[in-house]
Ligand binder design. Structure first.
Ligand code: NG6
Ligand code: CA
Length: 514
């Protein structure tokens, strides 16, 4: 009996030891994984200027939650999107390739998928490294093959270029279709009310902004945006049917936030990559009632406060799940700011002293610096020391940088540079040069602190948007460090510098990198 008891005791001890050991090993493996594979979240706003983020201390809005990312991270003062408009910037961020190599331009809502599904993308690379991947929010990179039937499952979209999960608006909030698409299916569509989309002709009997102004109950258009009406606002393009599936703008921010929170809750036990692409402050700016009037700057300011709040809630969820220390958070915007982008929404009249582009010249669409010079902040709590970096970094460097962090090989792609040490604050060396794309596929060239704008003919100003295009029949050369406002064109003063930069710029443009 005694003997038997000892035996059982021994066996139990062995069991406890084994259990402890395996728990220890599991914890170690997790800790190892945690060090090597941080979760990655890119929080990406739409048309937010560098001066809109109060951490940059340029404007008059207060964005405490975005600022908190900067307080704990590295705030880049020379961070860029590759373009001054949405589709090209997003294309580059996801593919690591310059947008003009692909002729990327602002897409209509029924455009086919722009990204080649056979090519490497950021989410594909991360999937290979063992990540669960999702895009939640604005897409604007095309869907399908050009012949979309919105009532059937849509093949060719985020899920075909590396995202395990997608919950998106197809294009922009001012373009049809005004519905959400979840993993290739329109959400909430009813069989007896099919959705039809056209960018050519209206559907018989459907009201439009131009013909039925009495139906524009929320805001009126100032430029374009006079086609189909949804939620009292007319948009670009025609849509018919799918009434139950049509979004309510006031609910969009909360919905994307809830989706983002759900995704990280669901995937908290594994490495995840979330591309959280907020729609603010793109037009039409229709924040939830909770934010209306809160900025004193009209709908644009209110929409930014709404976005900042959502970002705060999202960061709190990371905290509550105990994930903050193991999550690399990258905050940025797809292009620079614009005030009147097609609707009367008091963004101009109530702007006051606020400066969305800081002291930079131009804005969204422009070849001048405010077009693509955007807020860019990287946080990895307790891993990187809070700092400000003046290094030149671009969103399309994330592919090569994160691939290097995770030991992933990527196909030869000389557009995307590995700047991981810089992004983590271990180096202050950025890229030497960068090409940025403006409206109409025009490009400008930055090298060190110099910006060269080659000659372009055409309007010097977008009249409605009140933004300088940067077009001039002359060469323009600016020194951005001493003259960030781009007031002094030094091309005539430094003809050799101008020529040398032009040659370097052409060399990149002509380089074969597809
Ligand atoms: C422009 C729209 C503008 C906006 C932009 C795309 C007009 C007059 N203007 O053509 O409102 O939708 O396209 O913005 O229609 S972006 O941020 O997605 O690039
Ligand atoms: Ca944009």
């Amino acid at each position: 009996m005694m003997k038997n008891n000892t035996f059982i005791k021994k066996k139990f001890e062995l069991f406890v030891l084994t259990a402890l050991l395996s728990t220890f090993m599991l914890v170690s493996i997790n800790a190892f994984a945690a060090i090597n594979k941080p979760n990655i979240v890119i929080i990406y706003t739409d048309d937010l200027g560098i001066g809109d983020v109060s951490a940059y201390k340029m404007g008059k809005l207060s964005t405490p939650n975005i600022d908190s990312i900067a307080d704990q991270g590295i705030r880049f003062t020379n961070g860029y999107a590759t373009a001054a408009t949405c589709t090209p910037s997003r294309f580059s961020l996801l593919t690591g390739q310059y947008p003009w190599r692909k002729g990327a331009a602002i897409l209509p809502g029924d455009a086919p998928l722009l990204i080649d599904p056979t090519k490497i993308t950021l989410p594909k690379m991360l999937k290979k490294a063992g990540y669960s991947t999702a895009v939640i929010g604005k897409w604007h990179l095309g869907l399908g093959n050009g012949q979309i039937n919105w009532n059937e499952h849509i093949i060719l979209g985020p899920n075909e270029v590396g995202f395990d999960y997608s919950y998106i608006m197809a294009a922009t909030n001012d373009r049809v279709p005004n519905v959400y698409v979840k993993n290739g299916d329109v959400v909430g569509l009813e069989k007896n009310d099919p959705l039809q989309i056209s960018y050519k002709n209206n559907f018989a009997g459907e009201p439009t902004g131009i013909d039925n102004p009495e139906l524009l109950t929320k805001m009126t258009f100032s430029n374009g945006h006079y086609h189909s009406i949804n939620n009292g606002i007319s948009r670009i393009g025609y849509q018919k049917g799918g009434k139950k599936a049509q979004w309510i703008d006031e609910e969009m921010s909360d919905l994307f936030l809830a989706e983002a929170q759900n995704f990280i809750k669901k995937h908290q036990a594994e490495p995840f990559f979330l591309f959280y692409t907020l729609h603010q402050p793109h037009v039409p700016r229709v924040p939830n009632q909770r934010f209306v009037g809160k900025s004193g700057q009209g709908a644009r300011g209110d929409a930014i406060l709404e976005a900042d709040w959502a970002i705060g809630e999202f960061l709190s969820t990371l905290d509550e799940l105990g994930l903050s220390d193991n999550t690399l958070v990258i905050f940025s915007s797809d292009n620079g700011p614009v005030l009147d982008d097609g609707y009367h929404d008091e963004s101009v009249t109530k702007l006051g002293e606020h400066t969305p582009s800081g002291s930079l010249r131009g804005g969204k669409y422009s070849l001048f610096d405010a077009g693509a010079h955007i807020p860019f902040i990287v946080r990895w709590t307790n891993k990187i020391k809070p700092a400000i970096s003046d290094a030149l970094v671009s969103q399309h460097d994330l592919l090569a940088s994160l691939a290097s962090l995770l030991g992933q090989e990527i196909e030869k792609n000389s557009d995307s540079l590995n700047l991981m040490d810089t992004l983590l604050g271990k180096s202050d060396k950025g890229r030497k040069s960068l090409i940025v794309q403006a409206l109409g596929g025009r490009t400008a060239y930055r090298e060190d602190n110099w910006m060269l704008i080659p000659p372009y003919w055409g309007d010097e100003k977008l009249a409605k948007e009140n933004i300088e295009t940067g077009a001039c029949s002359c060469y323009q050369l600016y020194e951005l460090k001493t003259d960030p406002e781009q007031t002094a064109n030094l091309a005539d003063k430094y003809p050799e510098k101008t020529k040398a930069m032009y040659d370097n710029y052409r060399r990149i443009i002509e380089s074969d990198n597809n």
